[in-house]
Design a protein around this ligand. Structure first.
Ligand code: HEC
Ligand code: HEC
Length: 455
């Protein structure tokens, strides 16, 4: 018993002595506090400032070693990633992007850190908090052609001179560019109201096969994704279409080789000259940091448009894939040429082409000066698929395709013959037979759509 008493005493003494070992957490005045509505600041202060600001806001139990050491580590790491006390000095587009990332981390339950919320229930994000932040951010307003949306940090820097794809430099983490990305197949599209861009998400054969069979938890090694982003610009008839090319991002799955970066290789190339984005290898932390909340989904945000049955909730986008197999062609298996959104009807449309059509698109980009619309060869078939839009469950500020509303086909016939037109629309996509004049109008509309600009 006496030895036990001594032991307890020893533990108490060691514990007491350890309390003295407390490297500081600097608490400097906020130099450039984030500017936002009082309601928004109140929420950020309540939920996030303990770690992401220069203020010190520790509870008594955070002050006790060894908890203190862990808390200190969290705070210093957190400040490195995001500091609301200095965010005000960043460019407006950067501040806005950070707030969107913050809201999405909260919505996905990744922030505040779950362990922290367990001990500090007052920092829990409430549905009212989320609603207040969302209505403050208000994506898609002002409309994308508004002057205040003039190219900010989202626009590419460097010379706009296209570069030969074979000459593109490797990213600074050693991740190589893949010149084949332009021929990969469409997996989905997004309409981003947080930064007024459109995105194509393309996948290589491994990705497409995995998506079609639902074998995506995890995605198999060899899966490659490309995400291509364009600024939104006004097009014909009040439609919003892809304008200036912003960047392409690539991911390659190799669980072993890329085990330090969540099993994926990451790279981003900006501007038509495809300049690697990273200043050094550390840029990859931005990628993995923002994809982290999707760790349960193998770090992938996109819901592939596929008819595969997957048990987990909101992993694939079956609704958007509900295009009947009885249609004369399967456009979702073709290449993607461009997309647009109709802000009045909240629909999103993608123009697909069969192999012959895609050859027409590529032939066009090879010879400058580039004509607006391709000369599609006989045998080319174009398909215009229009979906209702819905909010992306993985990203507040994005919209993705929901139920299809119509599928239109134009088949290009031999020289001298007018192209043929068929339309399938409404519930169940039943063929209707528009008047010849309406059909002629749709044919010229579809043939004239300019392909989204590729490097
Ligand atoms: C207990 C400390 C703590 C709290 C509270 C906290 N965070 Fe974090 N946060 C961190 C840490 C640590 C990291 C770095 C994550 C990493 O390295 O994996 C981080 C990273 C982030 C990132 C950057 C992700 C990246 O790397 O791009 C965002 C955005 C973020 N937090 C938002 C928030 C928001 C919004 C709140 C409040 C709702 C919040 N955090 C509350 C500790 C915290
Ligand atoms: C601020 C958050 C954020 C950061 C940082 C980020 N991503 Fe993403 N990423 C997304 C979202 C959201 C999507 C879903 C598609 C969309 O709406 O743009 C996505 C999708 C992707 C995709 C398509 C596959 C998928 O996961 O859906 C690729 C490829 C990709 N990102 C690569 C990168 C690379 C490379 C980096 C780093 C250079 C990066 N991302 C950094 C948010 C982010």
């Amino acid at each position: 018993m006496r030895t036990f008493g001594k032991l307890v005493l020893a533990v108490v003494v060691v514990f007491a002595v350890l309390q003295v070992v407390r490297p500081g957490i600097p608490a400097t005045p906020a130099t450039a506090e984030i500017q936002a509505a009082p309601e928004v600041k109140r929420i950020l202060e309540k939920d996030c400032y303990s770690c992401h600001s220069n203020q010190r806001r520790l509870s008594w139990f955070d002050q006790v070693v060894p908890a203190y050491w862990l808390v200190r580590h969290d705070i210093l790491t957190a400040r490195e990633h995001l500091n609301f006390s200095t965010l005000g000095s960043k460019a407006p587009a950067m501040r806005k992007a950070t707030l969107y990332e913050a809201v999405n981390m909260m919505q996905l339950g990744a922030m505040p850190l779950p362990d922290f919320v367990r001990l500090h229930p007052e920092a829990k994000v409430t549905p009212e908090d989320l609603a207040a932040l969302k209505s403050y951010l208000a994506p898609w307003s002002p409309p994308p052609n508004h002057p205040s949306n003039a190219p900010g940090s989202a626009s590419p820097d460097g010379s706009p001179t296209p570069v030969s794809l074979a000459m593109v430099h490797t990213e600074l983490n050693g991740f190589p560019f893949d010149p084949a990305f332009e021929s990969w197949k469409p997996i989905s599209t997004t309409d981003r109201g947080d930064n007024n861009t459109f995105r194509f998400i393309l996948g290589n054969d491994v990705a497409v096969k995995a998506a079609q069979s639902g074998n995506i938890s995890p995605w198999p090694d060899g899966t490659r994704f490309a995400k291509i982003a364009w600024e939104q610009e006004p097009g014909p008839g009040g439609l919003m279409q892809p304008g200036k090319f912003v960047q392409v991002e690539l991911m390659l799955k190799d669980a072993h080789r890329y085990k330090d970066t969540e099993g994926w290789g990451w790279g981003r190339w900006r501007g038509l000259d495809l300049k690697p984005y990273g200043q050094d290898a550390g840029f990859v932390k931005e990628c993995t940091g923002c994809h982290q909340p999707l760790s349960g989904n193998d770090y992938v945000y996109t819901l592939p448009i596929t008819t595969a049955k997957v048990n987990a909730h909101e992993v694939v986008n079956n609704g958007a894939a509900a295009v009947p197999a009885t249609l004369p062609y399967h456009p979702l298996d073709w290449g993607a040429i461009t997309m647009y959104v109709d802000p009045k009807t909240h629909t999103t449309t993608t123009l697909y082409g069969n192999d012959a059509a895609m050859r027409g698109v590529q032939a066009r980009t090879a010879i400058p000066p580039v004509p607006k619309s391709p000369a599609y060869p006989p045998g080319a078939v174009l398909a215009l698929v229009t979906w209702a839009q819905r909010d992306d469950p993985h990203w507040f500020g994005a919209r993705i395709p929901a139920e299809p509303q119509s599928v239109e086909f134009v088949q290009v016939l031999a020289e001298g013959q007018t192209s043929s037109y068929r339309r399938f629309a409404g519930a169940g996509l039943i063929e209707d037979h528009p008047a010849a004049s309406a059909a002629a109008q749709r044919i010229s509309f579809m043939l004239a759509l300019a392909p989204a600009r590729m490097p």
